[in-house]
Design a protein around this ligand. Sequence first.
Ligand code: ADP
Ligand code: MG
Length: 381
Amino acid sequence: MRSAADPGEREAAVAAPLASPSGKALPIAVRRLSKAYGAVSVLDDVDLDVRPGEFLTLLGPSGSGKTTLLMAIAGFLRPDKGSIRFGEREVVRLAPHKREIGMVFQNYALFPHMDVARNVGFPLRLRRVPATEIARRVEAALEMFQLGGYGGRSINQLSGGQRQRVALARAIVFEPRIILMDEPLSALDKQLRERMQIELRQLHDRLGTTTVYVTHDQREALTMSDRIAVLDRGRIARIDTPRAIYDQPGSRFVAEFIGESSFLDVEIVDGVCRAAGSVVRAPKIPAGQGRCVMMLRPERLRILDGSETEAMNRFDGKVQSAIYQGDTLLLQLVLADGSQVGLRMATRGDDAEPPASGSPIAVGIAVGDTVLLADEGRART
Ligand code: ADP
Ligand code: MG
């Protein structure tokens, strides 16, 4: 993305005309929302509360129902049953354009026969805003997305990143109190996508709107969200802050979907847990089962050298491979019982050579960081 010549100018364009007065953000309350296609249930009794001004992300694998839930909130899809309230108002039977939401679709859905300015001004014409006011607000919205001067361009003269920004400008131009976005960055290359993640989050904070954002990219969800709702086959498996979900995923499905992890089978006999030939301790042990699984985040696992001061769970094994990835070194290890785990450590300029493959290694994770999860396989949580 181009940066504007004068950052002060850009800030002024951003702050003044478009910022909604604070306190206008609306909460969204979804209750018992269901949708089926034939015998296939796509949304299964979904309850979801989005707080006013919150950035909430719907995260889940392809086909988990993210778009369906977002389209129901937007009004483009009629659920079979359930309720959706914006603040005090029930909207489940209200037409999309009466819901006063800003919407960004996955494929942008720009009008190819209209130029950039007419695309961005469309929601204002729909609302019969006077022409001079439309011109002013369109220009401010274009400035905001570094598209000043692009108003007369046709859509097919724009790059993917520019189209993306036109779609965003069109979504916010009428100062909606709720913004819904469906994988808006998925078509962009990695660098632009990562920059836009930060910018969209900053935009959200400036506008003070309630935002529901859909992605299947867990890192994007962690980067942008106040809270993440993880969808699994039409149900919300977990909703919490990025940190809480990452550290305490609560189920193997969520642990596998968010962040990297290895899993060890744990046997529990008389309250004593064993995994990969070691006795392990943990703050919480899943109740009532003879077995469970241990989640090992690669960056929480450390090579032990005897200087550790915390209580550690220790595992012995061998180095299988050492992979240099620039910022981190990834060691793939085989433990005493044959399980494979990854260990990731930050690199530095003066790093010693990584351990050679085949060399024995002792690794550990702090007892306080040790997470044991019920072994439900892919069962519902
Ligand atoms: P996501 O956005 O998480 O990838 P979707 O909400 O698009 O998932 O779809 C959820 C499930 O609903 C998928 O299995 C999909 O095939 C099915 N589905 C979506 N729309 C339709 C439709 N119009 N007819 C039949 N099945 C559909
Ligand atoms: Mg989708």
